[in-house]
Ligand binder design. Structure first.
Ligand code: C2G
Length: 738
C-alpha cells in the first residue's frame, strides 16, 4: 500500500465531513484512511460512506492526539504516512502532488503549504481567498519566508546550513507542525519515531524536530495545500489551541521546547528557529501576562523558569531584537521583575498613545474606561440607540415615546443619532455615536435601550440596566446557530457571548423568537415575551390618518397603490466594515411598463447598504425611501410588500397585506451564507419568485395570490403576530422601568 492517512478524532463531526470529502478528492488509488476515533465519537452513515478506504479504529475516550496518532502509526500499512486533523481539509489533488514528488526522487519528506481559514470547505471554495485577504489571513508560510528566516540566516553566514534544501524545508518547521508533510514510513520505522504522549498541546514539535534531524532528503511543493480551519465558536467547540487557561499549558510549552533543544545541535538552523519562537512568545505574550494575570505563578515560578530558558537562547538572535525586547529579555534573565513590568507598561502606553493620536474615538473610549465609568450614575437617565445611531426608529423609538408620553418629567433622555435630526419629541438630547458625550453617557446612564449590540468596549456597571430590544424575528440563522460567520469578525461568537451576558432584558416578538433567542444567543436572562414595541403603530387606531399624512409628506401619488421592495443585505458582498453592496435586481423599467398605471414602487434598502439606488428617469414611479428613519411608518403606506430574507415580513404580516419573496439567490443564501430557521419553500405567507417577470405576474393576479395564500397567511399570523396587540411598549416599560 502506498499511503496511510491518519486522523485523530473525538467530537464535532460536522468538521470531519469536510475532511473526508476532501480526501476523496485527492486522486489517490492505493491508500487507506485510518480514523482513530474515541469510543463516544459520533460515526454516522455519512462518515462511513465517503470513498476513502476508511478503517475506523475505536479507542477509549480521553486519549490525547499524540496517543491517537501513535495508534495510527502502529496500524498503518502505507509506504508513506500523512497526518491530517479531523477539523481541517485539503485542496483537491494535494496528496497526489506530494506523493508524485516523493516517488520521483525517493524523498524522505515532502511538505506542502498551509493556509488558514475560518470557513468550511464549501465557503472556502466559493470565496476563500478573497475572504481570507479581507481578514488578513495570509498564507503565512510564504510570509515568513520573505520576512524572517531567509534574510537573517543568510546574513549570518550560516552557509553550511543555508543550503537550498533547508531553505525549501523551513516552512515545515514554521509552526513546528506535522501537518502537510508526507513522510516515508521507513524513516519512522528506522528510528522508531513516536509522538511523545506526555504532551497534550505540543506533541508536534518533538516529532517534527526528529524527522528533520533524521531525514536525508526532502522537498516542498507549493501546489499541495492544506487548509487549517479555525473554530469560530470557542465557547462550545474550542480547538486545542483555543483552550486558554489550562494550568499546565505553560509547563508543557517549556518542556516541549527543552525536549527539542536537547536533541538538536545548538548551532543548527532548527534551533535558531525554535529560539526565535521562544523569544517571540516571551515578548508578545509572557511579558504582558505578568502584568495583569490574577495568577501569581506568572510572576514567581514561571518567571524563574522563563529566566532560565532565555539565558540559553542564541545570543545572535537577541542582538537583532529591538531595544525594548532586549531590555525585557535581559531584565528577565537577571530576574528583575520590576524592570520588566515597568518597561512593558511604558511600551504599551506608547502604543495606546499612538492609537489615540491617530483616532480621536480612541481618546473617548479611554476617557470612558478611566474616567466616566467611575462617575456617579444618573438614576433617571435613559440612553437609546437604534441601528448604530443611524435612525430614530424601531422598538427604542416606541418605548421612548411611550415613556415620554406617560411619565412626563420623570426621566432624562439621550438619543444616539449620527445625522442631523429635527428636534425630538419629549426633549430627548441627541448625541453622536462614539463622541466624547456618547462615551460619557455610556458611563453614567442608568438605563440603556438598544436594538443592536452595545459597543465592544462597553462594560456594564452593576447598577446599570440594559434592555436589548433586538431588531427582528429570526429567519436567518443567528449568532451561535450560524455555522459560518462570513460577515462580521470571525471572533463574533466569542464577543457575542460576553455581550449578551450584559443584557438584563431581551424582547421577544413571538414564542418562536423567544425560543430561538434563548438558544442562538445562549441567553438565560429575562425574556420579555411582550411582542415588539415597534409594531404597536401597526394596530394604532389612527394608522390610516398617519399613512395619509406620510404619503403627502413624501410626495407619493394618492391615486396609486404602492409596492414596497425591502430586501436585506448579503454577508459576502461588502466594501468594508458595516458597508455592504447592493445591486438592484428588480427591473424597474419593466415594472413601470406593466404596472405603472396602477402602482408606484417604494424602495427601501437595509441600513448596512452603502450603495445608493439610482432611480433617475423613474422619479414619478420609484421612490427611494432608504434614508427615511422608520420602516414601520412605511409599512403603513405599502399595499404590497416584496422582500427576500429580511425579517421585515414578520412585522408587515401584522397588516395582513400581500407579501412576495424575491429570492433570486436563495440557494447561495441558504446553503453558503446563512441558513434559515424556517423552511422558505413551505412556511411563508406568500410565494417565492425568482424574476422580475414573475413579480409582475403575481401582482397582476394579486387577488388570486391572496386567495391561494389565505390559509397559510392565517397560520403564519397565528404563529408570529398573535402577541402584537398595540400594547407591547406599555408591557415592556412596566416591567423594566419600575
Ligand atoms: N429593515 C429596514 N429596511 C430593509 C431591511 C430591514 O428598515 N430593507 C429593518 C427592519 O426593521 C428589519 C430590521 O431592519 O426588521 C432587520 O433587518 P433584516 O433584514 O432582518 O436583517 P438584520 O439586520 O441582519 O437582522 O433577528 C433579525 C436578524 O437579526 C436580522
Amino acid at each position: 500500500m502506498k499511503l496511510s492517512i491518519i486522523i485523530p478524532y473525538d467530537r464535532y463531526e460536522q468538521y470531519l465531513y469536510d475532511c473526508l470529502e476532501s480526501i476523496s478528492e485527492q486522486n489517490l488509488d492505493d491508500f487507506e484512511t485510518l480514523l482513530i476515533a474515541s469510543k463516544s465519537a459520533k460515526i454516522d452513515q455519512q462518515i462511513q460512506e465517503y470513498p476513502v478506504n476508511l478503517k475506523i479504529i475505536t479507542v477509549e475516550d480521553g486519549l490525547n492526539v499524540a496517543k491517537k496518532r501513535n495508534i495510527g502509526l502502529e496500524n498503518a500499512c502505507g509506504e508513506y504516512i500523512y497526518f491530517i486533523d479531523w477539523d481541517d481539509y485539503l485542496m483537491p489533488g494535494s496528496l497526489n502532488t506530494l506523493l508524485t514528488r516523493a516517488s520521483q526522487d525517493n524523498l524522505d519528506l515532502v511538505a506542502g503549504i498551509r493556509k488558514v481559514t475560518w470557513f468550511k470547505k464549501k465557503v472556502f471554495e466559493t470565496m476563500g481567498d478573497e475572504k481570507n485577504n479581507e481578514l488578513n489571513l495570509k498564507d503565512k508560510d510564504h510570509d515568513l519566508d520573505n520576512k524572517f528566516l531567509e534574510k537573517e540566516y543568510n546574513e549570518d553566514n550560516y552557509s553550511e546550513y543555508a543550503t537550498d534544501i533547508l531553505i525549501r524545508t523551513r516552512h515545515a518547521i514554521r509552526n513546528i507542525s506535522v501537518l502537510n508533510i508526507l513522510i516515508k514510513a521507513q524513516l519512522i520505522k528506522e528510528h522508531q519515531l513516536r509522538f511523545n504522549e506526555d504532551f497534550n498541546y505540543y506533541c508536534d514539535a518533538p516529532f517534527v524536530v526528529q524527522l528533520l534531524n533524521f531525514a536525508r532528503s526532502f522537498d516542498r511543493v507549493d501546489q499541495a495545500i492544506y487548509v487549517k480551519r479555525k473554530h469560530n465558536d470557542p465557547i462550545n467547540n474550542p480547538a486545542l489551541s483555543q483552550i486558554k487557561d489550562s494550568e499546565n499549558k505553560f509547563d508543557e510549552f517549556i518542556a516541549a521546547y527543552r525536549y527539542c533543544a536537547a536533541i538538536i545541535p545548538p548551532e543548527s538552523y532548527i534551533r535558531y528557529y525554535l529560539d526565535s519562537k521562544m523569544l517571540r512568545y516571551y515578548t508578545k505574550f509572557f511579558a504582558r501576562k505578568i502584568r495583569r494575570s490574577k495568577n501569581d505563578l506568572w510572576r514567581t515560578e514561571r518567571f524563574e523558569v522563563m529566566s532560565e530558558v532565555l539565558k540559553n537562547i542564541q545570543p545572535r538572535l537577541l542582538s537583532r531584537c529591538s531595544r525594548y525586547s532586549k531590555k525585557i529579555v535581559n531584565a528577565c534573565i537577571n530576574k528583575d521583575l520590576a524592570t520588566v513590568k515597568r518597561a512593558v507598561n511604558r511600551h504599551l502606553a506608547k502604543i495606546k498613545f499612538k492609537k489615540i493620536l491617530k483616532n480621536k474615538n480612541e481618546m473617548n473610549k479611554y476617557l470612558y474606561q478611566h474616567k466616566y465609568i467611575n462617575k456617579p450614575i444618573k438614576e433617571n437617565l435613559i440612553m437609546f440607540e437604534t441601528f448604530m445611531g443611524k435612525s430614530y426608529a424601531d422598538s427604542p423609538k416606541y418605548i421612548y415615546e411611550y415613556l415620554g408620553k406617560n411619565y412626563p418629567g420623570k426621566y432624562e433622555f439621550v438619543w444616539v443619532l449620527n445625522d442631523p435630526h429635527e428636534k425630538l419629541p419629549y426633549g430627548g438630547k441627541i448625541v453622536k455615536r462614539f463622541t466624547r458625550e456618547y462615551a460619557y453617557y455610556l458611563g453614567v446612564s442608568k438605563y440603556f435601550v438598544f436594538n443592536i449590540r452595545q459597543p465592544l468596549w462597553f462594560r456594564k456597571r452593576e447598577e446599570q440596566v440594559f434592555l436589548e430590544t433586538w431588531h427582528g424575528t429570526p429567519l436567518k440563522r443567528l449568532a451561535f446557530d450560524q455555522e459560518e460567520v462570513t460577515a462580521a469578525s470571525p471572533t463574533y461568537k466569542a464577543q457575542f457571548y460576553r455581550q449578551k451576558k450584559e443584557w438584563d432584558y431581551l424582547i421577544a416578538p413571538n414564542k418562536f423568537s423567544s425560543d430561538i433567542f434563548k438558544s442562538c444567543f445562549m441567553y438565560d436572562g429575562n425574556m420579555l415575551e411582550t411582542g415588539y414595541p415597534r409594531n404597536d403603530l401597526l394596530s394604532a387606531s389612527n394608522r390610516d390618518e398617519i399613512a395619509l399624512n406620510l404619503k403627502k409628506k413624501l410626495g407619493i401619488p394618492l391615486d396609486k397603490k404602492t409596492i414596497l421592495y425591502a430586501p436585506t443585505w448579503r454577508d459576502d458582498e461588502y466594501y468594508g466594515n458595516g458597508r455592504y453592496k447592493f445591486k438592484l435586481k428588480l427591473d424597474l423599467d419593466l415594472l413601470k411598463k406593466e404596472l405603472g398605471d396602477q402602482y408606484v414602487v417604494l424602495l427601501r434598502t437595509h441600513h448596512y447598504i452603502a450603495d445608493n439606488l439610482d432611480v433617475t428617469g423613474l422619479e414619478d414611479f420609484a421612490f427611494n425611501l432608504s434614508k427615511y428613519d422608520d420602516i414601520t411608518e412605511i409599512y403603513l403606506i405599502s399595499d404590497i410588500c416584496i422582500t427576500d430574507y429580511s425579517s421585515v415580513f414578520f412585522d408587515y404580516a401584522n397588516l395582513k397585506r400581500p407579501l412576495l419573496f424575491y429570492t433570486y439567490d436563495l440557494d447561495k443564501y441558504r446553503d453558503v451564507l446563512r441558513g434559515f430557521y424556517i423552511d422558505m419553500e413551505t412556511e411563508l405567507p406568500g410565494p417565492l419568485v425568482f424574476s422580475s417577470e414573475e413579480v409582475v405576474d403575481k401582482i397582476k393576479n394579486i387577488d388570486q395570490l391572496n386567495a391561494d395564500y389565505q390559509e397559510k397567511y392565517q397560520q403564519f399570523y397565528q404563529r408570529f403576530c398573535s402577541w402584537e396587540d398595540g400594547n407591547a411598549s406599555k408591557r415592556v416599560v412596566e416591567e423594566v422601568f419600575k
